[in-house]
Design a protein around this ligand. Structure first.
Ligand code: HEM
Length: 328
């Protein structure tokens, strides 16, 4: 009897160890999220950001959740994609454009475990906005209370996010996703992608300025180097002027101080005298070459002008396709 009970207990604990953890996600039927829980989640996120200096990958995670949105799809939530937390599910997390983002979701899991009533969609967007603010960027007027997508069937089809370089046939984008994004020029492709989200030319240029933050990796997009002198584990600057070596080495940044969110992207890409280890993708350079993007790219050499436009565009991006419940 005793042995049978012990065996049962053992089986139960083994099962508890191996079974996937199920969180009380907020669903379309829950009515509100408590401000106290949002505040708690923010405190935890801030601690993670200060320890790991992983703001850039959080910004990319949130943007890739939002950036699937198609404003022409008028059916009910969550049909049009967007900031709905669907990026945490397979197949979306395994889309080519999302390489490396599973790690970012994993870093944020403890926040969800501690505050199960806060949706993943909110946690991803909060981690991005806090990452920017703590790195010296603008304070974004964020709204919370997003309802989560609840299963993989709510994932967006692959192909809605932008390409930085042309494919083997010389074209950017393709026929996949919810609408074709294919174009011979980088600027035309960016317009197809961002206008499909409902965002305009100014937002395209402002949001591209997020590349002032972070790196591209050889083993993710394949567009960065294994490492550069700016990312080899040596000290890099933080927003408060101090320096840190607390980051995972590797990748190519767009700017020298890649853990500071400022407007240096807009003064570095066009400067031919900048260090050759810094990244200049075709989708970055086109912002100065295109007749309508150009004036904004030049205007954002002024930091205040960039921050004002960026904060507005980031807010819009963070709410694409979202369904909100009350915060109380
Ligand atoms: C305009 C079209 C865009 C293209 C073609 C593009 C492309 C890329 C690529 C290829 C990478 C490197 C990924 C890697 O290897 O890990 C990257 C990184 C990044 N992107 Fe973009 N991106 C675009 C727009 C945006 C927008 C709108 C945002 C945010 C508002 C953003 C934020 C970032 C950040 C923060 C990183 C660095 C991530 C890290 O350090 O882990 N990007 N982007």
């Amino acid at each position: 009897m005793k042995i049978a009970a012990a065996a049962l207990l053992l089986a139960a604990s083994a099962n508890a160890f191996t079974a996937p953890r199920v969180h009380n996600s907020r669903t379309a039927t829950s009515l509100s999220v408590a401000q106290a829980d949002l505040d708690g989640a923010q405190g935890m996120i801030d601690d993670i950001l200060k320890t790991k200096n992983c703001g850039p990958v959080f910004v990319r995670l949130a943007w890739h959740d939002s950036g699937t949105h198609d404003c022409n799809i008028k059916e009910e939530f969550p049909a049009s994609g967007g900031a709905i937390g669907s990026i945490r599910f397979d197949p979306e997390i395994n889309h080519g454009a999302n390489a490396g983002l599973a790690g970012a979701v994993k870093i944020l899991e403890p926040v969800k475990e501690k505050y199960p009533e806060v949706s993943y969609a909110d946690i991803f967007q909060m981690a991005s906005a806090r990452g920017i603010e703590l790195a010296g960027g603008p304070k974004i007027d964020m709204k919370y209370g997003r309802v989560d997508a609840t299963g993989p069937e709510m994932c967006s089809p692959e192909g809605n996010l932008p390409d930085a370089e042309a494919g083997p046939e010389g074209k950017f984008g393709g026929a996949g996703g919810t609408a074709s994004t294919e174009d011979e020029s980088a600027a035309g492709h960016l317009r197809k992608v961002f206008h499909r989200m409902g965002l305009d030319d100014e937002a395209i240029v402002a949001l591209s300025g997020a590349h002032t933050f972070g790196r591209a990796y050889a083993d993710r997009s394949g567009l960065g180097a294994e490492k550069t002198k700016f990312t080899d584990g040596s000290a890099t600057k933080l927003a408060d002027g101090s320096e840190t070596t607390s980051y995972t080495p590797g990748g190519s940044p767009w700017v020298e101080n890649w853990l500071v969110f400022d407007n240096s992207y807009f003064t570095t890409i066009t400067d031919e005298s900048t260090d050759e280890e810094l990244l200049k993708l075709t989708s970055d350079k086109c912002l100065w070459e295109d007749e309508k993007f150009g004036p904004f790219a030049k205007k954002f050499a002024d930091k205040d002008a960039f921050f004002e436009s960026y904060a507005k565009a980031h807010k819009a991006l963070s709410e694409l396709g979202s369904k909100f419940e009350n915060v109380e």
